[in-house]
Design a protein around this ligand. Structure first.
Ligand code: GSH
Length: 406
């Protein structure tokens, strides 16, 4: 199929998109994950200076406890390095280093700390600037108590029992829901104590303790339990709290998108959805900086993406006599079309049904294209590969290109 010439090269796409966005990540050739985010504060270091914080976190960026610490580091603007730990095959040196063998752990000035809550408190101690605990002594003591209680008040257990407990028994589910709602009521009451949308009078560690969990629950409960937190009139303060979080740029850097949360629950925890995925947020998907970020990611990391699609999507079975060159080319072409569409939006005329369908001159290209777009749409994982906003833009664009072509 001679369509290859009609699309820009990867080099050209990358150059164009990089003039439109400052979003970048570090490449990690041959490693997992294949790229890593660059902390917002890294430019505070002088050339050659090592950050005083090293964060050990999970390779997939799924862990809500790691997210707490990452959120704090970004919110406080602390430069840090990350070491990724593969939780399905933890290295011996990590087992030797960290008594719990869990992530997150951190080294602060070389001193090991583990347990997310203890890391948060240690960061506060070492980096008192941009504080995440109130200055007022009484309020400070209350905030510290609520940080402790976030671990001991049974909220997490009630929440994940309701979300993940393997039952279809209506009475059991109703009980689990009632227990969870009682815990949400408690949070609702806590949020009443201070003016403003957060637990205490300013954004604090208490918010960080809850946000990764509440985010996952708000995304997944509608799909897995037909239960909504967002928009639920019983929880006006929790809803105002979600709205206020959106004003924190660090939150957008560290959070997952809803689709990542949905897929993770199904694939990692084996929970069966009872509803369909929540539709992608059109406004987020059309935001130009999200589109540019995801086009940059795709253009910069296309070699790894193509290798992954070839290996894991099933497309390789279409290779004729073991030659996968035409498949690789077809994947490459469809990804460039996707990047071009992300970059130029509707001014990129999509080939509208000309690739797929009965009249198609090369059914192999059509089949590989359909597989490619469907596969990458759900392969992207936020924030492992890109921010949540960029992931939403990516999935939306893949849907659009796929439905135009086939
Ligand atoms: N209480 C711990 C919980 C950490 C935790 O459960 N981490 C999980 C990932 S989300 C983990 O390391 N799992 C690996 C394992 O269980 O072996 C904290 O707050 O840091």
């Amino acid at each position: 199929m001679p369509v290859q010439e009609t699309l820009s090269s990867w080099e050209h796409l990358l150059e164009t998109v990089r003039s439109q966005t400052t979003a970048r990540r570090v490449r990690r050739p041959g490693q997992s994950p294949s790229t890593a985010p660059i902390p917002i504060s890294l430019q505070k270091l002088t050339p050659g200076e090592k950050p005083s914080v090293l964060l050990y976190r999970d390779t997939n960026s799924w862990c809500p406890f790691c997210e707490r610490v990452w959120f704090a580091l970004e919110e406080k603007g602390i430069p840090f390095e990350t070491e990724f730990i593969d939780l399905s095959n933890k290295p011996q040196w990590y087992l030797d280093l960290v008594p719990t063998a869990l992530v997150p752990a951190a080294k602060i000035d070389g001193k090991l700390i583990y347990e997310s809550k203890d890391i948060l408190l240690a960061l506060e101690e070492r980096f008192p600037e941009a504080p995440l605990l109130p200055q007022n002594p009484l309020e400070n003591a209350i905030a510290r108590q609520w940080v402790e209680e976030a671990e001991t008040n049974g909220f997490k257990d009630a929440a994940y029992n309701f979300l993940r407990h393997p039952t279809t028994d209506a009475h059991e589910l109703a009980d689990l829901q009632a227990t969870f709602e009682a815990k949400l009521d408690l949070l609702e009451q806590l949020l009443e104590n201070y003016p403003g949308p957060f637990f205490v009078s300013s954004f604090s560690l208490v918010d960080l303790m809850y946000s990764p969990h509440l985010d996952r629950l708000a995304a997944n409960l509608p799909v897995y339990r037909n239960y909504t937190i967002k928009g639920n009139p019983r929880f006006p303060r929790i809803n105002a709290w979600f709205d206020a979080l959106k004003h924190h740029p660090a939150y957008h850097r560290v959070r997952s998108d809803s689709t990542t949360n949905h897929l993770l629950l199904r694939r990692r925890w084996g929970v069966e959805p009872i509803g369909n995925p929540v539709p992608l947020d059109d406004e987020i998907a059309q935001t130009s900086h999200h589109r540019a970020e995801t086009a940059e990611r795709l253009s910069d990391n296309h070699d790894v993406a193509i290798g992954d699609i070839l290996k894991n999507s099933g497309a390789q079975v279409l290779a004729i006599n073991g030659d996968d060159t035409p498949i690789r080319d077809a994947i490459d072409w469809h990804l460039r079309l996707l990047a071009d569409y992300l970059l130029h939006g509707n001014s990129t005329p999509l080939p509208w049904g000309r690739i797929g369908g009965k009249d198609n001159s090369d059914p192999l290209v059509a089949a590989v294209g359909a597989i490619t777009l469907a596969y990458v749409r759900n392969r992207i994982c936020a924030p492992r590969d890109m921010s949540a906003g960029a992931a939403t833009a990516f999935r939306h664009a893949a849907d659009t290109v796929l439905s135009a072509l086939y």
